[in-house]
Design a protein. Structure first.
Length: 275
């Protein structure tokens, strides 16, 4: 585990403050927990995967994804032991942060997927500014300008296309954020004020998969992370992912991976021991 971190002195009276920023080269020991965070966290994943939890929301950012954790919330995140993150990040606070997220209609956005290279470049530029030798108020002002560019770019990434594409993207992101909740097509349809039939057709036309099959894939991905990274019993993992019957969970898992959950866990352990 290696981290290159720039620590900055807190300036409590300023509207935008950078507390720290850096690059993390994670391993299986990487885990961060904040019971009630005083800061916002923005992280761009360069490679690897992991699990992120904010309050009751759980998601699994991978390469090219940005995740956002909000102040005054419970944060927990950890790298996949078999494929740990490399990521660029910064921790910030101040009224300007909340105001900008509100202005771009992103007050509760946690996960922005498949971000293009220019967004990664903005994160790197932010990080480079934190390494310059200048008074903190001026440094924070420069970081705030780049942060504004980052938020604007993320907002465009979330809402790039037609209203129908935006509805489908909203449903996809909702599935990711609520995969540990019982979800039905009727629940998804109510979110966009559409019929279940329309919702299924919209999702399939946009992503070439039905919402139910996509939810199953997401839950299998989550199960793989839990099987590889925790000691939770398989029936507990099944229950947390809303499978009432662990045998049905094993059936769905095998359909998607050609392995039973037990076989996958054993193979993951062997792989880690061989590294």
């Amino acid at each position: 585990m290696r981290e290159d971190i720039r620590y900055l002195t807190a300036e409590g009276s300023l509207p935008f403050v950078v507390e720290m920023a850096g690059t993390s080269y994670c391993d299986g020991t990487y885990r961060i927990f904040r019971q009630q965070s005083p800061v916002f966290v923005f992280e761009y994943v360069l490679q690897g995967t992991g699990t992120v939890i904010e309050d009751q929301q759980m998601f699994y950012p991978g390469p090219g994804d940005v995740y956002i954790l909000h102040a005054h919330c419970r944060h927990e995140y950890y790298a996949d032991p078999a494929d740990p993150w490399v990521k660029v990040w910064f921790n910030i606070r101040g009224p300007a942060v909340e105001a900008l997220l509100q202005a771009y209609q992103m007050p509760r956005v946690n996960w922005v997927r498949h971000c293009p290279a220019p967004i990664a470049d903005l994160f790197e530029r932010f990080l480079q500014i934190t390494r310059t030798a200048q008074p903190l108020p001026q440094l924070f002002d420069q970081c705030a300008l780049v942060f504004h560019e980052i938020v604007a770019a993320l907002a465009r990434q979330i809402r790039p296309g037609s209203p129908e594409q935006n509805e489908a993207a909203y449903l996809r992101d909702y599935i990711h954020a609520h995969m540990t909740d019982p979800l039905t097509v009727a629940d998804l349809a109510r979110l966009i004020y559409r019929s279940p039939a329309y919702t299924i057709r919209l999702f399939r036309e946009t992503f070439q998969i039905t919402p139910y099959a996509y939810l199953a894939q997401c839950r299998v991905t989550a199960a793989k992370q839990m099987l590889a990274g925790t000691q939770l019993p398989i029936q507990v993992i099944a229950s947390q992912l809303c499978y009432a019957d662990s045998r049905y969970f094993a059936h769905v898992f095998r359909q998607n991976t050609d392995q039973t959950p037990r076989q996958y866990r054993l193979a993951s352990r062997k792989e880690r021991l061989s590294v």
